[in-house]
Design a protein around this ligand. Structure first.
Ligand SMILES: CC(C)(COP(=O)(O)OP(=O)(O)OC[C@H]1O[C@@H](n2cnc3c(N)ncnc32)[C@H](O)[C@@H]1OP(=O)(O)O)[C@@H](O)C(=O)NCCC(=O)NCCS
Length: 259
């Protein structure tokens, strides 16, 4: 139990730059208190002491503003930051290392008793402030839900979902960038993904390099077509209609990134 508590405190100190000491985390973090009480509530629920489970959960809500149904399954090193207004439904599952901000609902849309009505969060999922994840689907490992999003469909691992209804914004771009970076011999994930302008510039350069690569492939295809037709037709008819490329180098964009 003490190991688990140490682990909880350590994960909060890692993920919250405002946390200054273990003592501060232990005494002033409602997310930690809610999880500690939830462990008791979940135990009571599992033993069939349903009222005691619900009452412990109610007490936790009263003290922390975080409502976790005693039936919900929560992994290790989960961090509920600030926490006020968080609601976690009965059949929700939260994987290890997830981070959940204030106002999040892991809720259901169906009234079917006993069915899986609430979402499952994979490992390392981040759920932004005031977002609503509604339904019995899975949010994949490492996915991120933007603040204020309303998610009603599964989110693939590593993807970012934003808006209402939520749409996936970066999964495809990231996958293409990683593939291009791998071909060039290094990993795009080696650079930080935050607001660091250098990493943003690197992302831009990789995207442009990938664009160039595609452009060259189009040119090769056009040349091959051209030489095939040149063998059959008079010179004037040799240029194929689709020989032009569709992408262009956006120098302005690169300049904006490195400014
Ligand atoms: C969704 C999130 C994880 C994306 O972070 P990111 O990968 O750095 O994404 P960017 O900031 O580069 O934004 C990418 C695009 O998504 C948009 N976007 C980012 N967050 C959004 C959100 N919450 N809702 C709608 N659109 C959002 C941006 O405007 C941008 O759009 P554009 O490409 O058309 O300009 C982040 O914005 C977020 O919401 N995190 C939650 C933080 C939180 O709740 N903090 C609470 C602290 S108390």
């Amino acid at each position: 139990m003490l190991t688990r508590l140490r682990e909880d405190i350590a994960c909060i100190r890692e993920r919250d730059p405002a946390a200054r000491s273990g003592f501060e985390v232990l005494t002033c973090y409602p997310g930690l208190h809610a999880l500690l009480l939830h462990r008791w509530a979940h135990r009571f629920w599992g033993l069939g002491w349903r009222w005691l489970g619900r009452f412990t959960s109610h007490l936790a809500r009263f003290l922390t503003g975080i409502e976790i149904h005693p039936g919900a399954t929560i992994g290790r090193r989960v961090f509920i930051d600030h926490g006020m207004g968080v609601v976690v439904g009965e059949t929700a599952e939260i994987g290890d290392d997830c981070t959940i901000y204030q106002g999040v609902t892991l809720g259901g849309t169906s009234l079917a008793k006993g069915a899986k009505r609430h979402p499952t969060l994979g490992r390392g999922v981040i759920v932004g402030a005031n977002s609503q994840v509604l339904g019995g689907f899975t949010v994949g490992d490492g996915a991120r839900v933007g603040s204020g999003a309303v998610v009603v469909k599964p989110v693939p691992p590593g993807a970012t979902a934003v808006g209402n209804p939520a749409r996936i914004i970066v999964a495809d771009a990231e996958a293409a960038r990683e593939a291009a970076a791998a071909r060039m011999g290094f990993s795009a994930y080696g650079v930080s993904q935050g607001d660091d302008p250098v990493s943003q510039a690197m992302k831009g350069l990789i995207d442009n390099a990938a664009g160039h690569e595609h452009q060259i492939a189009l040119l090769w295809a056009a040349i091959e077509k051209l030489s095939a037709r040149a063998r059959e037709l008079p010179a004037a008819d040799c240029v194929p209609q689709d020989a032009h490329t569709t992408e262009s180098f956006d120098a302005e964009r690169l300049n904006r990134l490195v400014k």
